[in-house]
Design a protein around this ligand. Structure first.
Ligand code: AMP
Ligand code: MG
Length: 297
């Protein structure tokens, strides 16, 4: 396990105003990890990840049986930060029946004809399940804020000065509604440095088996890096709440990032009052009768 005091370093307290430049993308502030060399670091982070995967498998079974809560996990990040790989690794041990992953791309014409939360509402996890959003409604205050021409048709007067503030408010209310109905929400911003993104893009261009990961829009979006950082900072400050906190996870080291994400998910589930459903007397009687019937066959 990663010590709680480290986990707390990544969680953005409600009401706190953060600056992303204060958050180290390679997480040098951890005393335990700082002393390690690269290979040792990978090994230690992997150990933490492996242990968490074992625990997560158990606690997911309990979440499913308990059938009162659902868990919504939101991943947001710049391109090449490792969202897909993190989802693949962290969820590798869980029962596929209890887990759903949705990757949100550019909205369709039908999506754009609805309110901006509509397509996400349709994909929320059912009780007992883990739902993963690979990108989410936060794109509607990120890419759409950086490129306002993407905004859907809205009546005159709806795009005034308070437009983005209103969207944050809507998101907070939406998440509050979910939390009040039994959804636990975790939001991860995988925080990559611009230098590390360059390295990973070059790798995608140089290695044929990675070429498919490179998209023509990757470089133009990188050109808007500062706008994106500002949009991230604003939304994290506006929407890290007690009921749906943001975690800013250092993403330059993939192994450390995955270990942290797995640890936060597992410890969040472990802290819930999950239990196997107990049968009442009537149900127990029915079982007893069934047992007798079978034995007398
Ligand atoms: P990827 O996840 O790399 O396959 O890319 C998906 C693309 O869809 C990204 O360029 C996102 O910015 C874009 N996208 C996702 N959600 C939205 C949205 N709500 N509005 C506009 N573009 C979006
Ligand atoms: Mg991409």
């Amino acid at each position: 396990m990663i010590k709680q005091k480290y986990i707390k370093l990544f969680r953005v307290k409600s009401g706190k105003k953060i600056h992303l430049k204060d958050y180290d993308t390679s997480w040098a502030q951890n005393e335990e990890f700082k002393a390690f060399g690269k290979e040792q670091l990978k090994e230690r982070a992997n150990e933490i990840l492996e242990q968490n995967l074992v625990d997560l498998k158990q606690v997911q079974q309990l979440l499913y049986a308990d059938d009162r809560y659902s868990l919504l996990i939101v991943f947001q990040a710049m391109d090449a930060a490792g969202k897909d790989g993190t989802i693949k690794h962290v969820m590798s041990g869980v029962n596929p029946q209890g887990c759903q992953v949705f990757s949100f791309k550019k909205p369709s014409a039908e999506d754009l004809d609805h309110n901006f939360l509509w397509r996400y509402m349709k994909s929320l996890p059912e009780r007992g399940r883990i739902g993963i959003f690979n990108r989410s409604y936060y794109e509607d205050v990120l890419v759409v804020k950086v490129h306002p021409e993407l905004l859907q048709n809205l009546p005159d007067g709806k795009r005034g000065k308070a437009f983005w503030e209103n969207r944050y408010e809507d998101i907070n209310a939406f998440e509050r509604h979910l939390e009040r109905n039994g959804t636990v929400i975790l939001k991860f911003f995988l925080h990559l440095s611009k230098d590390e993104q360059k390295k990973r893009f070059l790798e995608r261009l140089e290695r044929p088996e990675k070429n498919w990961k490179f998209s023509p829009s990757d470089l133009p979006e990188r050109g808007h890096w500062d706008d994106y950082m500002e949009a991230y900072e604003d939304l994290i400050n506006a929407t890290s709440t007690d009921w749906a906190p943001w975690y800013i996870v250092p993403a330059d080291n993939k192994w450390v990032m995955r270990a942290i994400v797995a640890d936060v998910i597992t410890s969040t589930l472990r802290d819930l009052d999950l239990k196997f459903p107990e049968l009442n007397e009537e149900q127990l009687k029915l079982l007893e009768q069934a047992r007798k019937t079978l034995e007398e066959e």
